[in-house]
Design a protein around this ligand. Structure first.
Ligand code: SAM
Length: 557
């Protein structure tokens, strides 16, 4: 471990004592407020330095991801029961569906009994407890004032910060969109205290093998599809905290948020909430379709969708079809390819609304991604077809309350920017010469379903010209300047990684830092935020040393 400065030591000591007190690590805001530092970005820098110097480490898949560095071993995990759902919103009844999951041993306090619950709702998101996360609860009947715990109100459980106010309890959400709940002493029972959070939407296993996957006993969990359950080059699902911190620090309150290169929609979805209009856009039809599903669905009949998806899962396949002929035995097992073709054909014949069709296609695309014999894109398939898992469609978990004001587009960003206005404009263009239309040609093919002739070893559709992005070409700097100069917004955030000088020319960023800064400064003052990130690569290049940067510009001109 390398030596640290006085200020870094203060931050490290604070984190250690916070963990000792709470059993989970602090957020950047909590460190800033605990140390009376006004800028979260300063804390961010200290934390990054402590990681570089080997004193801290980050677990990508965990909320409140900072931890004191130590080597994890299998014995560092413990099995506890996962009892069901817990509301992070209005109280709902917990569903008792016990199964066992492994969680880090440090989440468990002494010899007390613990259990885990899956969070449903968004009321605790500012405490970095998100919809779909799993929380570990130490069973106890009291809690310190302001502690996060499970309260039972009239027989229904909710996860909140719990305050005692003389004659009543205040259950305080960590999300300004939600109101506190006041409950008389006699109507409330404390069931436990939060001791750990597991970000469950991702696979819980690292290449180094120092984390175990979340295991669950077979067929006991009613799985729902989450927006981030897919592989997509450049997706920002693991950087949401970083982006959120910057928005919180720089943008204050906002009514509209535009994610103009939305891809999976992970960022747009993160900022989608009641009272905010989210605009999401992407050039790819397959991305647009999923954006419609996740961000534009304002109401849907869950039972009907569940029935339709179960019908698609149970379809019997017979002869060969477009997908099995073109992609069977390469991208998919022959059986899965047949099934995908049959399901896609069936979706075309079902009597469904356009919104339902977007939901079904999204479910299909995500399911294909899980069983594809690829490294996460369709530029090539792996030589050995060892992916034997059978394709299974899941019902998307769509938060319709958040979507009431949203609008989704399928346009070139430079065209759209001239048509819209927003408070915050988030820009996450492709960084290099790899065209997304090439990487995801197969999904595009399945969504558009024109069954074109496919060419070459990678079996790409011949006609992909309309999917070509200027941001992957030499014209990227000019396109970027045009976008910035035409943006009608108050705040601009640009994500761009630092591969401009990379040795692999295909991976080289197409816009230089100098050009980015010069361009953004035409609109106002610029701040740069940086974070290490082991990016999702195309499988060939080594992305170590990559860092993700967010350039922030307060628009004044
Ligand atoms: C880096 S990815 C965005 C990832 C996204 N933030 C996420 O978290 O999933 C860039 C996206 O920009 C889209 N794109 C490329 N050129 C575009 C253009 N001219 N207009 C709109 N979208 C474009 C690509 O299809 C791709 O989905």
């Amino acid at each position: 471990m390398r030596p640290i400065t006085k200020q870094q030591k203060k931050v490290l000591d604070f984190i250690k004592s916070f963990i000792k007190r709470n059993s989970f690590p602090p957020t950047l805001e909590e460190i800033a407020s605990g140390l009376k530092l006004s800028a979260v970005s300063t804390v961010h820098q200290h934390v990054n330095a402590l990681i570089h110097k080997g004193h801290l480490q980050k677990r990508e898949n965990f909320a409140r991801a900072i931890e004191i560095k130590k080597e994890a071993k299998i014995s560092d995990f413990i099995e506890i029961p996962l009892l069901g759902l817990i509301a992070a919103g209005a109280p709902i009844a917990t569903v008792e569906r016990p199964e066992l999951i492994k969680v880090p041993r440090e989440f468990v306090v002494g010899t007390k009994k613990h259990h885990a619950l899956r969070v449903q709702g968004h009321s605790m998101q500012d405490a970095e407890i998100f919809n779909g996360d799993i929380v570990v609860i130490c069973e106890q009947t009291n809690i310190e004032d302001g502690g996060i715990g499970v309260a039972l109100v009239n027989g229904k459980a909710t996860l909140k910060k719990i305050y005692w106010e003389k004659t009543r309890y205040r259950l305080q959400p960590a999300n300004t969109e939600y109101q506190p709940i006041y409950v008389k002493n006699k109507d409330l029972e404390i069931r436990g205290r939060l001791t750990g959070i597991v970000r469950s939407r991702f696979e819980l296993v690292t290449k180094e093998g120092n984390l175990l996957p979340l295991t669950r006993t077979a067929n006991t969990f009613d799985q729902r599809l989450q927006i981030n359950n897919r592989r997509f080059i450049g997706n920002k699902s693991k950087l949401l905290g970083f982006i959120s911190d910057i928005v919180a620090e720089k943008c204050g309150s906002y009514q509209s948020f535009c994610d103009i290169f939305a891809g999976t929609g992970a960022v747009a979805n993160h900022f989608s909430r009641p009272g905010v209009k989210v605009i999401a856009n992407d050039l790819l039809g397959s991305s647009y379709n999923s954006l419609k599903c996740w961000l534009e669905t304002t109401t849907y009949d869950t039972e009907r969708i569940t029935g339709l998806i179960s019908h698609l899962n149970n379809l019997k396949t017979s002869g060969q079809n477009y997908i099995s002929k073109n992609f069977g035995g390469t991208y998919f097992t022959p059986a899965n390819a047949k099934k995908i073709g049959a399901i896609r054909e069936e979706i075309e014949t079902l009597q469904v609304t356009p919104q339902e069709k977007a939901i079904l296609l999204t479910s299909l695309i995500y399911a294909m991604d899980k069983v594809a014999n690829t490294v996460g894109h369709y530029e090539a398939y792996r030589k050995t077809l060892d992916t034997t898992q059978e394709i299974k469609l899941l019902v998307p978990d769509i938060n319709v309350q958040n979507n009431q004001n949203n609008k989704v587009y399928n346009k070139d960003a430079n065209k759209l920017v001239r048509e819209i206005e927003c408070d915050v404009l988030y820009i996450d263009p492709p960084y290099n010469s790899r065209q997304y239309g090439d990487s995801y040609h197969l999904l595009e093919n399945v969504v558009t379903w024109k069954k074109p002739k496919v060419l070459g070893v990678a079996k790409k559709m011949e006609e992909r010209g309309h999917l070509k992005s200027k941001y992957c070409l030499k014209s990227a700097p000019e396109a970027f300047r045009d976008l910035i100069l035409n943006a009608k917004t108050k705040h601009i955030l640009l994500s761009y990684n630092n591969t401009a000088e990379s040795k692999n020319t295909r991976s080289n960023a197409t816009i230089s830092d100098k050009w980015i800064l010069e361009t953004l400064k035409m609109r106002g003052k610029v701040d740069t935020f940086e974070r290490d990130y082991k990016g999702f690569t195309t499988g060939k290049s080594d992305a170590s040393g990559n860092s993700e940067r967010v350039f922030y510009c307060r628009v004044t001109n």
